[in-house]
Design a protein. Structure first.
Length: 294
């Protein structure tokens, strides 16, 4: 990138940051894994809608919960269109299908949040080839497909009011992908793969203003972790959940969703290729025994 071009881009960014208005105005967004009532995907649809995009595709493997989600979001934010759609996030034709639909109907794609995923609490000896490959397919392949196919669509201009290349791809990884101790071996491996895919893809799209980042939640109460939280509440030990991080509590889906919405917007225009931990500080340190620093 030439110095003049770089300076022009900095000037454009500075002007944008000084402007007042919805941070996702006119943007077209896709969210996978949005069906769970307690999930990060669903919370993100609301968080994106608050910022005034043109449309959000709310997707999951089936339509369960998505049509009600769309109605509720559109009632709260009348200027935002929400399109529920059944999408297998680990299937090429489904991902290209929803991307093509967005570009065909709205002329652009600006945000892709690849959030679909699964988790287990299995030990290494309880895992096998089938379980490992299932985890990698759903968690890592889905992120790969998002990076592979959303990026080119985000470079399409001249339609839908988009006059320059750019967009934001965000993939849900985990603190388990940063270091061990926060998930099963197969889950941790799949999330480490997601992080590396995002970092590598950010350089594959160098010079296009397509940004790729990994979101790494810590212990969050979602549909995926609900059984753990319910068990703790039943045992009267819910207050102990999250005590290993310096914030001394667990997180909620909206706290992840708000960071995703920031990454989706141009306010995060210089954030690229990062694995961002939203974990109350859990990954900031090795285990600490209070009063015993060496």
């Amino acid at each position: 990138m030439s110095q003049n071009t770089a300076n022009d881009r900095v000037a454009q960014i500075t002007a944008h940051l000084a402007a007042v208005g919805p941070s996702l105005k006119d943007k077209v967004c896709i969210v996978t894994g949005a069906g769970s009532i307690f999930g990060i995907g669903r919370a993100t649809v609301y968080s994106l809608a608050q910022r005034g995009p043109k449309v959000i595709y709310a997707t999951d493997l089936g339509l369960d919960g998505l049509e009600d989600l769309a109605k509720d979001v559109q009632a709260k934010y009348p200027g935002v269109q929400v399109i529920p759609r059944a999408v297998n996030a680990a299937k090429t034709s489904d991902i290209t299908g929803v991307i093509d639909d967005a570009v065909s109907k709205f002329g652009r794609l600006d945000v892709f949040f690849a959030n679909a995923g699964i988790a287990t609490g299995n030990s290494l000896q309880a895992e096998d080839e089938e379980s490992f490959m299932t985890m990698m397919r759903i968690n890592a392949l889905s992120a790969f497909l998002a990076c592979r196919y959303a990026g080119p669509a985000m470079q399409i201009t001249g339609k839908g009011g988009k006059d320059r290349s750019g967009g934001s791809i965000i993939c849900t990884a985990s603190v388990a992908g940063i270091r061990s101790g926060a998930g099963s071996p197969e889950y941790s491996a799949s999330k480490a793969a997601v992080i590396n895919l995002c970092q590598t893809s950010s350089f594959q799209y160098a010079g296009t203003d397509v940004r790729v980042n990994a979101m790494c939640p810590g212990l969050i109460e979602t549909g995926m972790t609900k059984s753990t939280f319910d068990y703790a509440r039943q045992k009267g030990s819910a207050h102990k959940i999250g005590q290993l991080n310096p914030t001394r509590r667990y997180g909620v889906a909206a706290e992840i969703a708000n960071v995703v919405a920031f990454l989706a917007s141009d306010e995060a225009s210089y954030v690229n290729g990062q694995a961002i931990a939203v974990d109350g500080g859990l990954s900031a340190s090795h285990p600490v025994v209070p009063g015993r620093f060496h």
